[in-house]
Design a protein around this ligand. Sequence first.
Ligand SMILES: Nc1ncnc2c1ncn2[C@@H]1O[C@H](COP(=O)(O)OP(=O)(O)O)[C@@H](O)[C@H]1O
Ligand SMILES: O=P(O)(O)OC[C@H](O)CO
Length: 495
Amino acid sequence: MTHHILSLDQGTTSTRAILFDAQLSPVATAQQEFDQHFPQSGWVEHDAQDLIDTSLAVMKDVIEQTQITPDAIGITNQRETTILWNTETGKPLDRAIVWQDRRTAQLCAELKQDGFETEITARTGLLLDPYFSGTKLKFLLDKHPNARDLARAGKVKFGTVDSWLIWNLTEGRVHATDATNAARTMLYNIHEGAWDSVICDKLDIPMELLPQVRDCADTYGETTLLGGSIPIRGVAGDQQAATVGQACFKQGMMKSTYGTGCFAVLNTGDTAVTSRNRMLTTIAYQLDGKPTYALEGAIFIAGAVVQWLRDGLGIIEQASDTLELAQQADETQSIYLVPAFTGLGAPHWDADARGAIFGLTRNTGPAEFAKAALESVGYQTRDLIEAMQDDWKASGADDPDTSLRVDGGMSANGFAMQFLSDILDAPVDQPKHLETTALGAAYLAGLSMGLQPAPHEFAKQWKADKQFTPNMDAATRTKKYAGWTTAIGRTLTKD
Ligand SMILES: Nc1ncnc2c1ncn2[C@@H]1O[C@H](COP(=O)(O)OP(=O)(O)O)[C@@H](O)[C@H]1O
Ligand SMILES: O=P(O)(O)OC[C@H](O)CO
């Protein structure tokens, strides 16, 4: 009998549901955007109820479109975003603090001065940065003075978005997260596979409020809110779900997702590789109680630079216009756009850097801007990949895979992907369905139900729809990348 899995992808700007059939082909899709709240400079919040409402709406939509009740649900989500709620009222204590929110920068700086970053990295694989949940949670507990006592009495719980969704979908019966989401909280010891009491003590976080950590393919209760009783059987953070969806199951394999930002993940297998280049050590996925580790690099601005060309400069009408425009650019101009609109992420981690453009002449126009914007994504990816590969080789491992699997909205841009291949001097592989995040969550749920084959069998089904191969001579590549390195050097606010 054929079966269907409903994948829920709760992202930063929108919530999507995709119903997959037994072959993991998409059957129906629904999407809803929700409001972003910016109460102060550098603060980003979501109304936690919006995340529930849009999730229920899109899931009901695909069920209504198809009249199919899915066999299971897989959840994938924006990571790190922090929610605290009262278990008696079911209401959040505050708005969700989103991963992009920088309000705890000062607290992180103080903890760094105390020398606490070494502890954080050794235990969690992360850096001491406001990006992660730990200091956001401390902020919320400090703001609501009785929250700690209520937490100790089991009346206040914490969760990343996955836990909040599971709690609501199971109507308060299950308080759980998966290992990949836990690994982004800065409270989870990725080596021991347990919440870390030293970090929780330091941040004054009562451990009673933390969710139970489970595998990515596991049981997460059932929901009766969509008609019938549907089990939740797969959970992973969105970048990790994309790693699964891209079938990067062997160590040395890499994927890079190009949405608003870009997140590159390198599977390092059983080894949690410590970075000497300020990359993150994280969990790619956890199956049968066994974590598979990864190195991760995050670029905050990728497709968002194209949005800026459209909404900020008004030089294009839609994102895809950049392709033709970039092809018309004057080859003799060397324009570098460093899109540090919200600082620079890995490997620089310079929160104070701001965007810059170099090499302008009187002949510079929209075409050169478009080209420089698309190229900036390739250059930034090379920065990440070189840092991760260096870490990987320094760990004594064999050379990593040279090919890069790409997905996400911006990977539809042929100019950007060809330049990426040129500047990396490596093949860039694109699968047919770019919705690999949702696919990964559906696969995990199917695996847990026994409806999908083991990872190595699933990996055989992965096919590149398009491959970009390097077509740039070595001298040009070296010269162009040297120009980028100079541009970055002139943009950074610190050495
Ligand atoms: N053809 C294209 N060329 C360049 N950028 C694109 C193209 N299509 C989409 N994008 C960019 O990709 C992003 C949307 O991708 P998506 O995967 O939906 O992102 P997210 O999940 O972060 O919202 C936008 O920032 C948009 O500017
Ligand atoms: O929701 P996205 O696709 O922008 O992904 C956000 C990341 O999970 C943040 O770490």
